[in-house]
Design a protein around this ligand. Structure first.
Ligand code: ADP
Length: 406
C-alpha cells in the first residue's frame, strides 16, 4: 500500500507541470470547428488557455504574433496543410522549440513518418480520446515548461556574466587610469623636487669660481631660496603622509595673516602682484593652531599668486561672522576653476591641468593639506570660483570666548 502510494507520488511528480496550467497557451489548428470546440473544451477543463485557428495560414499568423506553448495541428487543412505548418514552425529558430502534436485521421505508417520528418513531437489519431489528449498535452507542456525554465536560467546566467564582464572592464579602466595617474604624480613630484635642487646645485657650482662679492651674495641668496622651497616641498609631502596634529590656542588672525604674507613674499616671485589685507577693526582672536593657520594661508596665497596674472590683485579678508566665528578668505582675480572641478581640487595630487605641458608648477597637494588642517579645526574650506574671473577660498574659525581682541 505504502509502496503503491510512493509509486503514485513519483508518477505524479514526473508528470507534474513546472508551473500552473493557466500559464500555458495551446493553439488548436483544425478546419473542423466541431473538433476544435471539443478539444478546446477538454483543454480548458485541464486549466490551459486556448487559441484557435481554422486553417494553416491563420495558425502560422497566430504563432508568429504570439507564440503558444504547444500547437495541436490537423494534418489536412485547406491551403497550407499541417505538415507544412509544422515544417515552418520547426525551421524558424524563433519557434522551433514549440512542441507540435499532429492530429490526423490517417493511420498509415508512412504518414506518421512524414509527421516525424516534418519535426512533429508527437501525434494523435482522430477521433480524439479525452484521456489520451490530456496525457499527451500534459507531457508536451511539461517538456515546454522545463525548456522555459532552462532558458530563463540561461538568460539569468548570461545577464550575470554580462554584468560581471562590464564590472571587470570598468575595474580595468579604473586600474589603467590609476596607473596613469601614478606615473603622472611621480613625474610631477620628481619634476617639482628636481627644479629647486638643480637651482641650488647651479648656484653652488657658480659660487666656486666667483670672484665678485655682489655676485657671490646674489648666488647665495638664490641657493637659499631654492633650498627653502625644496624644504617646504618635502615638508608638505611628509605632512600629507603622516597626518597633521592640530593644537588650538588663542591666535591673532591679523598676526597670522601678516606672517603668511611675509613668508609668501620671501619664497614666491610676485611679478607685480599686490596682496591686500582687508581686516575688520576689533577682530577677536580665534581658537586655532598657530602654525597650521599660517600654513593654510600660505598655501592659499601661493595658489592665488600662481594663478593670478602679472600685476594682479589678491585680497586676504577677515571679518566677524555672527557671534561665534571669524570668516577668513583669500580672493584672487586669476584664471578661476571650472565648476566641474571644484570637488576634485582638494584630492591629493589633483591638478585641474595635470598634463606634463601644464604652465603652472605645483604638486597638487597644497589644498589637501589646507583641507586637512581646517578639518582638524572642525571647520570646512569653501570655494566660489568663476572661470576667467577668479576664486575665493574661505573658512570660519571659532572666536575665543573671552572676547580678547586680535
Ligand atoms: P598645486 O600645487 O598644483 O597648486 P593644490 O592642491 O594647491 O596644488 O591645488 C590643486 C589644483 O587646484 C591646482 O593645480 C589648480 O588646478 C587648482 N587651484 C587651486 N587654487 C586655485 C586658484 N586660486 N585659482 C585657480 N585654480 C586653483
Amino acid at each position: 500500500m505504502t509502496l503503491l502510494k510512493a509509486q503514485n507520488g513519483i508518477q505524479e511528480n514526473m508528470n507534474s507541470l513546472p508551473r500552473p496550467p493557466e500559464t500555458f497557451r495551446v493553439l488548436i489548428a483544425d478546419d473542423e470547428p466541431d473538433i476544435v470546440a471539443v478539444m478546446a473544451f477538454f483543454l480548458t477543463q485541464d486549466g490551459y488557455r486556448v487559441d484557435k485557428a481554422y486553417d494553416g495560414a491563420e495558425a502560422l499568423r497566430l504563432i508568429e504574433e504570439n507564440p503558444p506553448d504547444l500547437v495541436l495541428l490537423d494534418v489536412r487543412m485547406p491551403g497550407v496543410d499541417g505538415y507544412t505548418v509544422c515544417r515552418r514552425i520547426k525551421s524558424n529558430p524563433e519557434t522551433a522549440f514549440i512542441p507540435v502534436l499532429i492530429i490526423t485521421h490517417v493511420r498509415g505508417l508512412d504518414k506518421k513518418v512524414e509527421g516525424v520528418e516534418a519535426g512533429a513531437d508527437d501525434y494523435l489519431n482522430k477521433p480524439v480520446n479525452e484521456v489520451e489528449l490530456s496525457a499527451r498535452v500534459r507531457s508536451l507542456l511539461r517538456m515546454k515548461g522545463l525548456y522555459d525554465e532552462v532558458q530563463a536560467q540561461k538568460q539569468g546566467l548570461e545577464a550575470a556574466v554580462q554584468q560581471r564582464t562590464t564590472e571587470l572592464e570598468a575595474a580595468l579602466v579604473k586600474l589603467r587610469n590609476l596607473d596613469r595617474l601614478k606615473s603622472e604624480i611621480i613625474n610631477n613630484v620628481s619634476h617639482e623636487l628636481r627644479t629647486p635642487l638643480t637651482q641650488v646645485k647651479n648656484a653652488v657650482d657658480l659660487i666656486e669660481g666667483c670672484t665678485s662679492p655682489d655676485e657671490m651674495s646674489a648666488l647665495i641668496a638664490a641657493a637659499k631660496n631654492a633650498s627653502a622651497r625644496l624644504e617646504r616641498l618635502i615638508k608638505n609631502i611628509i605632512e600629507l603622509g603622516s597626518g597633521l596634529s592640530v593644537n588650538p590656542e588663542p591666535v591673532s588672525v591679523s598676526d597670522a595673516i601678516y606672517q603668511a604674507i611675509v613668508a609668501m613674499r620671501a619664497v614666491h616671485p610676485m611679478n607685480g602682484i599686490r596682496i591686500q589685507a582687508v581686516l575688520d577693526d576689533d577682530l577677536p582672536r580665534v581658537y586655532a593652531d598657530r602654525a597650521g593657520l599660517v600654513q593654510v594661508l600660505q598655501h592659499l596665497l601661493d595658489n592665488a599668486v600662481k594663478f593670478s596674472p602679472d600685476g594682479g590683485k589678491i585680497e586676504v579678508i577677515a571679518r566677524r561672522d555672527g557671534l561665534k566665528d571669524v570668516w577668513i578668505a583669500v580672493r584672487d582675480h586669476g584664471i578661476g576653476i571650472p565648476e566641474s572641478e571644484i570637488d576634485n581640487i582638494f584630492e591629493r595630487f589633483y591638478q585641474v591641468d595635470g598634463s606634463t605641458t601644464r604652465s603652472y608648477g605645483g604638486m597638487g597637494i597644497g589644498l589637501s593639506i589646507v583641507k586637512l588642517i581646517i578639518k582638524g579645526h572642525g571647520s570646512e574650506v569653501k570655494v566660489t570660483s568663476a572661470r576667467g574671473k577668479g576664486s575665493t577660498f574661505s573658512f570660519a574659525l571659532p572666536v575665543v570666548e573671552d572676547g580678547g581682541r586680535a
